[in-house]
Ligand binder design. Sequence first.
Ligand code: KIV
Length: 265
Amino acid sequence: MSRRTLTHLHKLKAKGEKITCLTAYDASFARLIDQAGIDILLVGDSLGMVIQGHDSTLPVTVDDMIYHCQQVGRGSDQALLIVDMPFMSYATPRTAFESAARLMGDGQAQMVKLEGGDWLTETVQMLTERGIPVCAHLGLTPQSIHQLGGYRVQGRTDIGAECLRDDAVALQSAGASLLILECVPGNLATEITALLDIPVIGIGAGVECDGQVLVLYDLLGITPGKRPSFSKDFLQETGSIPAAIEAFSSAVKNGTFPGPEQTFE
Ligand code: KIV
């Protein structure tokens, strides 16, 4: 079976059908997620926190990402495989190109994800011109946690919202094929989703995005420390891991997740 493609995701956006995405870090969970028909497997650098036990994503390396991406790739054969570019691995366009080439070549990812706004347009253009598809990530960008001063909702002020809208358009124009929007008010995410042609996947960004992503360990209620308020423990109400993944998928597809209680104003 061949993997889902970007074209497939763009068709889902055009038809108004929701896109599902979960993080995965190893072959066994990847297999369960893949079997549930989830559209995208994201090898997130959240692995620094949920797998490696760090208190941020900053210590994660390109080698770590390749190692986990290979495992997830071996456990799956249907979902689109996206890998995070870790902290400082895309600080300059040249560094980004070298890191992304390894993540795609050795890691076997189909797309790389990077966090940041219009300062990344040159990098996005460089990667996409060389055949490396890019998923942009805006809003709460955990690699900038020390700059942001904490895990907070972004884009609540007029200026903050305008910046996010401009960044989203600039990244799409530079060639980004997908956008992840994290922790932004629901209304702003709705606006950005309508503004862009590329699919917008939300996490803590309301139900109107083109799709939803969750960190698998949040969905299973096993995140170390406090589970983010925008997430939901699907395991608690279903009692098994495959059923929890299926429940997430159905809730996203029928528009019942996220609900108002998981959405910021
Ligand atoms: O690293 C990660 O898991 C992510 C998701 C939260 C979108 O970037």
